[in-house]
Design a protein around this ligand. Structure first.
Ligand SMILES: Nc1nc2c(c(=O)[nH]1)N[C@H]1C(S)=C(S)[C@@H](COP(=O)(O)O)O[C@H]1N2
Ligand SMILES: [Mo]
Length: 525
């Protein structure tokens, strides 16, 4: 090469440094797509529960501080899981792009980063509750595939950008571009295809639709006047599709009723194992219960009522005969979630704690715990309503802790008496004239005596109540109101059948549920 040529090549390299780095980042990101796509494909084939994004996301769910979780729920509501998955995916691609740039600068360093990411993803996948023995395969396959693409892409990129002779440069440029394009397309197709394939062939949804539950021995009797005819009020029974969903599961666990097993162990005379048919044979009854989440803010919608079909927990525990000294049952889900419920709340004859298999006339929806979950009237969901149930461990509060206890929530958490205004709403302007202020109020296990409404700080006026179905379900309430033009403040408060007035003081959801009277603004024109 003549000195002149050499100079020209050097200039070209310098000029294109920024572009070269950008191409290395692109190669890294594409290798990251290959990592994730290959892992999804391997997951579809050998271990469906071991997708790295889901495994890492689940790990994040378990370790993030309480405030971050609360913020995510506040900002994204039920889309919080989607947001988390997207965040993990984007973070993975950014990290992969950085690995591409490092690989360009120092050969093997980017590849080593892919290896480290693979090891971390394997660790996250194999340590998940209920992980299959092959859970290490998808992240390992992904890491290898990504590292191979990264190695070739960056070495071709390097030769393309710095080779002396035009011909080598041309060959390596074509190789680099062909590889990155093919890898990007292949990775996306494999990943998206595997996800869609996995959803389409998930047999549990089909098993659930084919399942016919035995008819209940008794049904919920709904008294006349249980449902008020007011537009905008919450229906007495919340349709399954509208029922709030709260859990830590990034993907809905797949539990086949034909292989489902419930173990009752711990402080019992006899360890017992039940299958799904064993449970059904114990006899099903229908129970109306209002479920409430501890994360429900005053006026919030993490509360719903269903007709649950199930078997009393006390009958199931009786098979194993709990020993004296036990005061808690730690219920466990297939996904590792646990809840601590006072033994007394599960065995008391006057409380309908059940193992539920049906919800509003159909088998439990997959996301509400199919095939079996707990429902305990009067206790917040996180201490009682374990979905995808697999174990009841009879134990003590001194010996065992549930999932949320070390994360800032009380070990015991009775639902607090509360009331909510459903209509009118702050975001919907009213026209002046006669209208109704209406909503719901709940005091599970006790029942509601009175609901009062206040307009613009005036006298508290007693609302009309719907006929209660039982003490465990909410009641609807309504009050006629002559709405005059302007802005008005509405407030609501309830009194339970024990004579207790709803707590006025505002407290946050942690550690054991919000309190306060809901106040809302309405505009009337
Ligand atoms: N396996 C499992 N069960 C769970 C949870 C969970 O995170 N995992 N969350 C609990 C909480 S906090 C609530 S409020 C209820 C909500 O039940 P739903 O989603 O059917 O409304 O489920 C409970 N059961
Ligand atoms: Mo909850």
């Amino acid at each position: 090469m003549t000195p002149q040529n050499e100079n020209a090549a050097e200039n070209a390299t310098k000029k294109s440094t920024a572009a070269t780095i950008a191409l290395a980042a692109l190669a890294g990101a594409v290798s990251g797509i290959v990592f994730l796509g290959a892992a999804e494909l391997a997951a579809l084939l050998v271990a469906r529960d071991a997708s790295p994004v889901v495994a890492v996301g689940s790990f994040v769910v378990d370790v993030v501080p309480r405030w971050a979780k609360e913020l995510a729920i506040q900002l994204f509501g039920s889309n919080d899981k989607l947001f988390l998955i997207a965040t993990v995916g984007v973070a993975a691609l950014v990290a992969a792009a950085v690995a591409g740039v490092l690989e360009l600068r120092w050969r093997r360093v980017g590849v080593a980063l892919f290896g480290a990411a693979g090891i971390a993803a394997v660790a996250a996948a194999v340590t998940r509750a209920g992980a299959s023995p092959l859970a290490f395969v998808p992240p390992a396959v992904g890491a290898v595939a990504g590292a191979v693409v990264l190695t070739f892409a960056v070495s071709w990129l390097r030769r393309w950008r710095v080779a002396d002779d035009e011909e080598t440069r041309g060959v390596d440029r074509r190789r680099f571009l062909a590889l990155t394009a093919a890898a990007a397309v292949g990775g996306v197709v494999a990943g998206v295809g595997a996800r869609l394939g996995s959803a389409a062939t998930s047999s549990i949804a089909a098993i659930r639709s084919a399942l016919r539950l035995p008819a209940p021995a008794s049904r919920v009797t709904v008294p006349a006047g249980a449902e008020l005819d007011v537009p905008g009020i919450s229906p007495l029974f919340t349709p399954n599709r509208d029922f709030y969903r709260v859990d830590t599961a990034l993907t809905v666990p797949s539990v086949d009723p034909s292989t489902w097993r419930l173990t009752i162990d711990g402080m019992v005379e006899k360890k017992v194992e039940l299958g799904f048919q064993d449970l059904l044979r114990m006899g099903l009854d229908e129970y109306a219960v209002t479920l409430t989440c501890v994360s429900n803010e005053v006026g919030g919608n993490l509360v719903g009522t269903a007709r649950w079909l199930g078997v009393p927990v006390r009958d199931v525990l009786a098979l194993a005969r709990p020993r004296s000294g036990a005061d808690m049952v730690l219920s466990r889900s297939v996904d590792g979630f646990t809840a601590s419920t006072p033994l007394e709340a599960l065995t008391a004859a006057d409380r309908d704690a059940i193992l539920a298999v049906g919800m509003n006339g159909e088998p439990l929806p997959l996301e509400h715990g199919f095939p079996v979950r707990m429902v305990v009237p009067g206790l917040y969901g996180y201490v009682s309503a374990t979905k995808w149930l697999t174990e009841l461990k009879v134990t003590t509060f001194a010996a065992d802790q549930a999932y949320w206890t070390p994360r800032g929530y009380s070990a015991k958490a009775p639902i607090k008496l509360s009331s909510r205004i459903d209509t009118p709403r702050v975001d919907k302007a009213l026209t002046a004239g006669r209208t109704k202020i209406a909503g719901v109020a709940w005091a599970q296990t006790v029942g509601i005596r009175r609901v009062e409404v206040q307009v613009d700080g005036g006298d508290w006026q007693e609302a009309t109540l719907s006929a209660p179905v039982n003490r465990d379900t909410w009641v609807q309430w309504s009050l006629d109101w002559d709405a005059t033009p302007g802005t008005h403040t509405l407030a609501v408060r309830a009194t339970d059948l024990a004579g207790r007035l709803q707590e006025q003081k505002r407290t946050p959801i942690a550690p054991n549920g919000s309190t306060g009277w809901q106040q809302t603004l309405v505009r009337v024109s």
